[in-house]
Ligand binder design. Structure first.
Ligand code: ZN
Length: 233
């Protein structure tokens, strides 16, 4: 019994922050938690714009600390980070009383292509959206959208190519219907091209859309290829 207990306490003592690997008894150490919370945006909702034709709930700025933990989630087999992020996003949603204002939404994550999902073991947007929906009490429909075409990573493309790359990347699951407005969920928002493509598809099928929620709101990558239409100074 004693050795069992010492084994358990050793595990406990050995646990480390999922972001910076410092020793920590909590999922993220106090330093990383504080860093992450300084990135939470205010206001949380952006009105419709040319980048996104519906309201956009953008939880936090895509800064260094959030970038690190999203990379851990995506490339280091740490799905629990997605569950944590979904819960934190939901806490902010509830704190802003958005669950009272919008009591009936259907949460739909942006899908990954099956072959990529198999390689990673999970779709991080689905992990985030599942815990977000569960915490608020929204319905979750992970298979409403299907990624039918493997696309090049968006970060490797210029603005014009991004939209082209995504064209016909998604299809709607057969027989998908919803009598509740859809809330699309993705992990990162950069140019908005992915969400706009999914929105267009839902609109073409006359599905009612509330808007989207994203964990991290990025800004255009300065290393991005400059689109042809933008004048250069
Ligand atoms: Zn840490």
């Amino acid at each position: 019994m004693q050795s069992f207990l010492s084994h358990i306490s050793q595990l406990f003592l050995q646990s480390s922050c999922q972001s910076c690997q410092r020793a920590s008894s909590e999922f993220f150490c106090p330093f990383c938690q504080a860093q992450l919370h300084t990135g939470i945006r205010s206001p949380l909702i952006e009105p419709p714009s040319t980048h996104h034709p519906f309201p956009l709930f953008a939880w936090a700025t895509y800064d260094t600390s959030l970038r690190q933990i999203i990379q851990q989630l995506k490339y280091n087999n740490q799905p629990a980070i997605g569950t944590w992020l979904g819960t934190e996003m939901a806490k902010s949603w509830i704190h802003a009383k958005l669950h009272q204002k919008f009591p009936r939404l259907l949460v739909v994550p942006i899908p990954m292509h099956k072959s990529k999902e198999k390689q990673r073991g999970y779709n991080q947007a689905e992990i985030i959206s599942r815990s977000f929906a569960r915490q608020i009490g929204y319905r979750h429909q992970p298979n409403a959208l299907i990624r039918i075409r493997e696309t090049q990573p968006q970060s490797e493309l210029g603005l014009d190519d991004r939209a082209q790359n995504l064209e016909s990347a998604f299809s709607l699951a057969p027989n998908f219907k919803s009598n509740q407005p859809v809330l699309l969920l993705d992990d990162i928002f950069t140019t908005g091209a992915t969400l706009r493509t999914a929105i267009k598809l839902l609109e073409n099928h006359n599905i009612c859309i509330w808007g989207s929620a994203v964990t991290a709101r990025g800004h255009l990558d300065p290393t991005l290829k400059i689109p042809k239409k933008v004048p250069q100074f």
